[in-house]
Design a protein around this ligand. Structure first.
Ligand code: HEM
Length: 386
């Protein structure tokens, strides 16, 4: 009986939510105001939020330096999914964090994400801390956006590490640019594995495919090349670049750096291609700098999708050259494009949730704390709805 009542109220809540979303959508279409993110959104409701997030990122990076790259990538894989959809606005809605349940398939198992995305435990830890000081206030999507910024800013800031990685000590530039994160996102009630597979570009994409995927969300060539500069840090599995052009068949091409390709082939022939990793930027792998673009010019881009920014299109090549020659321009453009990415289809106002509780993600767990992965106690939300 209780279960029937619960089911009935869930249906009621869902239909209420959809109607509400459509109303908000209409309002937003008319006055364009509902989608504005702002700086300082949690100033009164959760003043310590940014400091807590910062210290979590600091601790995470000191334990596993690669997490700077992994956490930045989480934000990209969150925002790029279904951002151009008409009614189901996901974009930067933290849908990437939702776990599968028996009745729901999320985005974690999409091809670009499976056995690849990392850092979920950091986001869960932050959410849990924030819930204890300001319950149901800070959205997981805002956490992702802030963590991405902090990862870039802290990546090789040696003053924050007890024993900084060797690469950081050698670096000329210690850390990446900082920016004010705009907030006020709410969390998506849904996720789409299909959209994740379709929207997130793959490492063998042609320039035309990359351009189309970025244009689909109104991004310019500059945005595309600047954001690709995130590949200045982090690692990739052999399986993602082992289909690079065969060294022997292309050895006469001026665009091919034979030594580089041979070193990759050797690395990947030695062991399991699903676990062996290569640095995305082999020269300064742990720092956030413009070395990625310098590498592209010397034919040392790890993915085909990196290298073709130089070999596949004159316009993207010009942009690469300008970033390779001037790190300050790259930093400026990267900041701008990150802010733009953070604005992809955010749910705001009455849409979505700040705790992953509604709809497909309910799993009837006995926990009483909202999380970013979708598990939350049903009774709490049930109560607040009434
Ligand atoms: C332009 C199209 C892009 C393609 C084709 C692409 C593809 C990939 C692939 C295949 C990997 C390695 C995954 C693995 O081995 O498990 C990777 C890693 C990474 N990507 Fe991208 N990516 C693109 C754009 C971006 C953007 C826009 C960002 C962020 C703003 C980004 C940030 C990263 C980072 C930081 C890593 C390293 C992650 C780690 O070490 O855990 N990528 N990317």
């Amino acid at each position: 009986m209780a279960l029937c009542l619960a089911f009935y109220l869930l249906m009621l809540k869902l239909s209420f939510t959809s109607a509400q979303q459509l109303n908000t959508l209409n309002k937003a279409c008319i006055d364009g105001s509902s989608y504005l993110l702002q700086i300082g959104v949690y100033q009164d409701s959760c003043p310590e939020a940014e400091a807590i997030i910062y210290s979590w990122v600091e601790r995470a990076l000191s334990e596993d330096h690669r997490l700077a790259a992994s956490l930045l990538r989480l934000h990209f894989h969150d925002c790029f999914v279904n951002a151009s959809g008409l009614q189901v606005f996901q974009g930067c809605g933290a849908s990437v964090l939702l776990d599968d349940t028996p009745s729901f398939i999320g985005e974690k198992t999409a091809a670009p994400n499976l056995n690849s995305l990392r850092g979920f435990e950091v986001i869960d830890g932050i959410k849990s801390d924030l819930e204890s000081i300001c319950p149901e206030t800070v959205s997981c999507a805002d956490i992702l956006a802030t963590v991405a910024r902090d990862s870039v800013t802290l990546v090789c800031d040696v003053s924050h590490f007890h024993s900084p990685p060797e690469e950081c000590e050698l670096a000329v530039i210690w850390s990446g640019p900082g920016w004010e994160v705009q907030m006020g996102r709410r969390d998506s009630l849904t996720a789409s594995i299909t959209a994740a597979n379709k929207n997130i570009p793959g490492p063998n994409s042609s320039v035309a495919t990359l351009v189309t995927k970025f244009q689909n969300v109104d991004f310019t060539l500059n945005d595309m090349v600047a954001l690709s500069g995130a590949h200045t840090m982090g690692k990739a599995r052999c399986s993602t670049f082992s289909s690079r052009p065969n060294v022997n068949s292309n050895s006469n091409s001026p665009d091919i750096n034979v030594d580089f390709l041979q070193s990759l082939q050797q690395l990947c022939s030695e062991s399991n291609s699903n676990t062996t990793l290569a640095h995305l930027d082999l020269v300064t792998p742990s720092t956030f700098d413009n070395q990625y673009y310098v590498n592209l010019i010397s034919g040392e881009g790890l993915f085909s999708s990196d290298q073709i920014l130089v070999t596949g299109d004159d316009q993207t090549r010009e942009i690469v050259e300008s970033y390779a020659n001037n790190p300050a321009i790259f930093f400026e453009e990267f900041k701008k494009s990150m802010l733009k990415m953070g604005n992809l289809g955010p749910l705001t106002g009455e849409d979505g949730e700040t705790a992953k509780t509604v709809g497909l993600s309910i799993n009837f767990s006995s926990s009483t704390t909202p999380t970013c992965n979708g598990s939350v106690v049903w009774a709490i939300r049930f109560g607040s709805f009434l």
